[in-house]
Design a protein around this ligand. Structure first.
Ligand SMILES: NC(=O)c1ccc[n+]([C@@H]2O[C@H](COP(=O)([O-])OP(=O)(O)OC[C@H]3O[C@@H](n4cnc5c(N)ncnc54)[C@H](O)[C@@H]3O)[C@@H](O)[C@H]2O)c1
Length: 161
């Protein structure tokens, strides 16, 4: 009698475990599916997107369903990345030191879906480093133009679009 009850208990325990595994698998699958759609329908600009961190971001964003505009000064790398990413990506020749290039990039992005959701100001250079008494102001200006000023122009363009 006791042996029979123990067997029934073991079976119902097993049933609960299997049900738990099924539920976990189902919720994991739906989390994965919703994660894959995290940027669906969104449009992003990635400056300096032709290589390095920017290119990795472009891959990630398109995998999540976004359309991306890669803004860079390396057309050959940009075109190569476009072949990999397919129709969800566009390349714009854009030197972020030039306000009109950023404006052109924002307009290109906006023309895709009449929206601009993400401006990833990623283009950057190591620029001027070293002791202050050896710092050349023209090099300092050039560094600030890429690493800081460009971000301000881009964010201003995004909020105006
Ligand atoms: N890699 C790191 O460890 C690290 C650490 C801290 C910060 N960062 C910053 O992260 C960003 C990306 O770094 P990364 O390692 O991928 O660098 P990277 O040099 O591989 O990529 C930078 C990209 O910016 C582009 N770029 C440079 N000047 C530009 C300009 N005037 N206009 C348009 N595009 C221009 C380059 O062509 C290049 O594609 C940079 O801003 C960098 O300063 C990187």
């Amino acid at each position: 009698m006791f042996a029979h009850r123990r067997k029934v208990q073991r079976l119902s325990y097993l049933r609960e475990v299997i049900q738990g595994v099924r539920l976990t698998t189902r919720s994991f699958a739906s989390t994965l599916a919703s994660e894959q759609q995290r940027l669906a329908g969104q449009v992003a600009i990635i400056t300096g997107g032709a290589s390095g961190i920017g290119a990795a971001t472009a891959r990630l964003f398109t995998r999540h369903g976004a359309s991306v505009v890669i803004a860079d000064i390396q057309p050959s790398l940009g075109e190569k990345l476009l072949k990999e990413l397919g129709p969800q990506a566009e390349y714009v020749e854009c030197d972020v030191r030039r306000e009109e290039d950023i404006e052109k990039t924002v307009n290109t992005a906006y023309a895709l879906e009449s929206r601009l959701d993400i401006y990833h100001s990623n283009a950057g250079i190591i620029g001027c480093v070293g002791p202050i008494d050896e710092t050349r102001i023209d090099e300092y200006d050039a560094t600030i133009a890429v690493n800081l000023r460009a971000a301000v122009i881009g964010f201003r363009g995004q909020s105006a679009s």
